[in-house]
Design a protein around this ligand. Sequence first.
Ligand SMILES: Nc1ncnc2c1ncn2[C@@H]1O[C@H](COP(=O)(O)OP(=O)(O)OP(=O)(O)O)[C@@H](O)[C@H]1O
Ligand SMILES: [Mg+2]
Length: 618
Amino acid sequence: MVTNSNNGKKNDMDMETEKARLLSLATDFGFDEDAARLCLHQIVQLYGDDGQEFVTVEHCGDDYLARLADCTQVDEDWDTPIEVDSTSTRAKNDAFENLDQFCESEEEEAETHAFDDLNEAFNKDMDFDVEISADKVPFQWLFPSPATQGKTTKYKDGLITPFCSTSIKPTIQEPSTGGITFDQLQALDDFDLAAIAIFKHKSLRPLQRKACETAMAGKDCFILMPTGGGKSLCYQLPAILSQGVTIVVSPLLSLIQDQVISLVEKFDIPAALINSHQTSSQAASVIQELRKQSPSCKLLYVTPEKIASSDTFWTLLKSLQAKGQLARFVIDEAHCVSQWGHDFRPDYKALGMLKQQFPRIPVMALTATATQDVRKDILKILKIPHAFVLEMGFDRPNLTYEVLLKDPKDSLKQLGQLIMERFSSQSGIIYCLSKNECMDVCNFLNQKCRIKTLYYHAGLGSRARIAVQRKWQRNEVQIICATIAFGMGIDKPDVRFVIHNSMSKAIEGYYQESGRAGRDDLPSTCLILFQKKDFSRIACLLRMGQGRRKDRFKVGMEQARKMQAYCAEKVESSTFPAKNNVRCRREMLLEHFGETYNRKLCQKGINPCDNCRKLSNR
Ligand SMILES: Nc1ncnc2c1ncn2[C@@H]1O[C@H](COP(=O)(O)OP(=O)(O)OP(=O)(O)O)[C@@H](O)[C@H]1O
Ligand SMILES: [Mg+2]
C-alpha cells in the first residue's frame, strides 16, 4: 500500500518526467531552450495543482508548441493564404529592381506590362475567317468535314469566334507533325483529332481518354493523376467538343491567368476569366459575351470566391443553363475543398451548391494530392457521391528524392555549392518558408555565386509575378526562389531540380511542389535541406495562418510531424541514429496517398531515392 508521502513523491517524479518530455519535444522541434522552459513554467501554472495530470505530451503537447510559437519572436515575413492568392497587392519596388537587372532592353521592361493588354484583348471579340485548303490541314483548326471549308471555323457543336490577344495575328502554319494527310486525320476519333489538331499532342495519356469519355457522357467524375499527369486536358478537350461553356474553378489567379493565356495564345481556344481583380469593363464584356444565345467562349475560369459570393454570377449560370449552354463544372486542385488537405480554402466548401442548384450539370473534380480521407471529403462536399473515380498511380519514376542535413554553420554556402556542383546551368526552383528567406537566398545566389536568380512570393503584385515567372519560363534566369505562392499548376517542362531550403509543412504540399520538376519525364532531383529548427518555424507559420484555431493547428502539426518524419528517415548521419532498415522515400510519399509501393522498384530503378541508393551500395 503506498503511503501518502510516497504517493506525493511519486507524483512529483512523474511531473518531472513529463516536464522533461515536454521540454525535449520543444527542443527537438528546434525551439529555443530558454523560451521552452519559460513557456513550460507558464503551462504548469496555468493547469494548476489539480490539473497536473494533464501536463503531459499527449494532453498538452500541441497547446505547448502553439504557445511557444506565439511567444517565439521570429523575424520572418510569412506569406498569408490571402496574399498567396490575391494579386491586388502593389508590387514592392524592390521586386522590380530585382527584376530590372534581367530586363536587357526598354521594350523588355515594357513587356512585363504586356499582360494588361492581353487582359484587354480577352474581351475584344476578334472575328476572322480562315481560308482552308483541303490537302494541307492547318493544325489550329478542327473541322469535321470539307463542307465547312472556307468559312469561319466550325467546332463540333457550334461556331466559335476565337478570342485572340492583340499581340499575335492568327496565322495558318504548316502542320507541325510533318504534314499528316487529311484522310489520316479523318480516321482519328474526336478525342485524338482534337489532341493532335488543337493541342499538338501525338496521343492521349492513359487516363485522359477515359476522363474525356466520362465527361462527354455527362457523368460526374473525380480524376486523380500525379503532378504533371495531364489533368488540364481532361477538361479542356471535352470543353471544346461540348455544346456550351465549361466553368472551371481554380484556386489561384496566377494559375487561371497561366491557363487562359496558354489556351488563347498557344491554342486559339476561346477562353475567358472573371474575377474580382478585373476592371468592371473587362468583366462586363465577358458577361456580355456569355449572355449571347450561343456564346463563343468554351472555357470560363473563375475563383471559388466568385462562386461563393456573387449573385450576379449565379444569375449568369442560370441563364446559361436555361439556353442549354452550361456544359459542365470543373473543380481543379479539388483537394482545396477538404479541411484535412494541405491547402484548404474555405470558399471551396461553397462549391457543393453547384450540384445542389444544377443537379443535371456534370461535375469533374481533379487533383494530384488527395489522401483517402481527403478523397471522401471531396466527394461529400461537392455532392457527387457516385462520381466515377478515375485514378492513376502517384509515383513519378523520373524523380529522385533526397534529403541532406542543412549545414548549421553556413547553409547558404552549402546551397550555392550544391547548385554549382550538381545543377549548374539547369533550370530549377528553390522553395523557402518565408518572403525574407526567399530574398536572402536569391541575393546570395546572385551576388556570391553569380547564379541568375529571381524571387517570387505573395507580396509581389500580379504584374511582377507574371514577369518573374515569364523570365524563368524563358530560361532568362536559371532559378526561382519562391514561397508556396509559386505552386500549383506551374508548368515548365525542363525543371531539373526542386530544392526545399526548408522542409514543407505537409507531405501533400511537398509532393505538389516537388512535382514541378521533370514534367518532360526526364530524370530530375527533388531535394530537401533539413534541420530540426525548421519545424519550430513551421509551428510559427501555422499559428499565423489558419492555425489560430485549435483544430486547424492540430491538423497542421500532425501534417508537419509526418513531413519531419519523412526528412528524418536517413541512412546514416551524425544527429540521427544510423538505421539499417530505413524506408524508401518514394514508398513513404506514396503510402501517404494510400498507395502500396514495392521499394525494389525504387532500388532497382534508374532514379533510386537516397536511402535506397545508399542501402544498395552497402
Ligand atoms: N497527351 C499528352 N501528350 C503530351 N503531353 C501532354 C499530354 N497531356 C498533357 N501534356 C503536357 O503535360 C504537361 C502537364 O500537363 P498539366 O499541367 O495538365 O498537368 P497536371 O496534371 O494538371 O499537373 P499538376 O498536378 O502539376 O497541375 C503540360 O505541359 C501538358 O502540355
Ligand atoms: Mg494542373
